[in-house]
Design a protein around this ligand. Structure first.
Ligand code: ARG
Length: 296
């Protein structure tokens, strides 16, 4: 089932099956990361400006932050012809079935420049014995994995963003294939082109959002399901990708350095803030959340 608005709802969060938090972190090595084309508003003006050494050291700091949070990081090797492959939130949507089966649903990338990335993730997860769901990848509608589809913390419930990279119509098939309800969120600002640029689910009760990026019906759904909302100010959300932060454990929040107001609100809400620099990756329109994939 997919849900567009509050009045469509026929379930409550408590009634949904619990789902454990993913504990595996996958990152793509950053050796060939670059801005060589423009497929989102942030990349414009940044072609050829990436400092490769800086990018590598920022990537290593992010990896260290996950390790410091007690998680183990697996790496997949990037390819010279795929400069955005480092953003490994986008090629798949990992899932955990109620019977404990682990799988990934493969994306159908929006831009031809990134289409070649998906196969490396299929091979990686296939070799590990994950169930591979490829109907979306073979279909006509675009879908960009965990850029747009975010699991509610602790429950079998998916949030589905659409409007720029992912098509709304794809979510019916995803709901069917994964046997999960999906709450749809229309996006309206091209600088917030993936759901993970404006919604960061911190725990079952709390979300960090940039409200102006959502269509009204979706924003109402977000406010309904999260009794605690932290709003990032426009400058931090737009320039520093504050909402592209990530909490791997419901306690620590890894976030781009300099999100002063957001960080104060996070600390007040009881989170521990870990600031890292991702500004080389911001040139390509991505930050913390985009640079890793959480897996079961
Ligand atoms: N340059 C990449 C693109 O436009 C950035 C992807 C960022 N990923 C994300 N999950 N928001 O596709």
């Amino acid at each position: 089932m997919v849900y567009n608005r509050l009045s469509d709802l026929d379930f409550s969060l408590d009634a949904l099956p619990a789902m454990k938090r993913p504990s595996g972190v996958l990152m793509t090595s950053p050796d060939h990361f670059d801005v060589t084309y423009v497929i989102n508003a942030h990349m414009a003006g940044n072609v050829g400006t990436v400092d490769a050494d800086r990018a590598r050291s920022q990537w290593a700091s992010l990896k260290d932050a996950y390790v410091a949070c007690g998680l183990s990081v697996t790496e997949i090797r990037d390819r010279s012809d795929l400069p955005d492959m480092v953003f490994c939130a986008n090629q798949t949507l990992p899932f955990l079935r109620e019977d404990g089966t682990r799988g990934v649903l493969l994306s159908k990338m929006y831009a031809a420049e990134r289409a070649g990335e998906v196969t490396y993730f299929r091979d990686h997860f296939g070799a590990l014995g994950y169930e591979i769901v490829d109907e979306v990848a073979k279909g006509d509608s675009e879908f960009e994995g965990m850029g747009d589809a975010l699991w509610h913390s602790g429950r079998r419930l998916l949030w589905g963003g659409y409007g720029f990279r992912t098509e709304e119509s794809v979510y019916r098939l995803i709901s069917e294939k994964l046997d999960v309800p999906i709450l749809l969120l229309g996006l309206k600002d091209p600088e917030f082109y993936h759901l993970d640029t404006c919604l960061c689910i911190l725990d079952e009760q709390t979300a960090l959002i940039y409200p102006a990026a959502f269509q009204p019906d979706g924003l109402e759904l977000v406010r309904h399901f999260f009794p605690k909302i932290i709003e990032a100010p426009e400058g931090e959300a737009r320039e520093l990708f504050a909402c592209n932060a990530h909490s791997p454990d419901g306690k620590n929040v890894i976030i781009q350095r300099g999100c002063t107001d957001t960080n104060s609100a996070l600390i007040e809400a009881g989170f521990n803030v870990i600031e890292i620099d991702t500004d080389e990756f911001l040139k390509a329109g991505g930050s913390v959340f985009c640079m890793k994939l959480m897996t079961w």
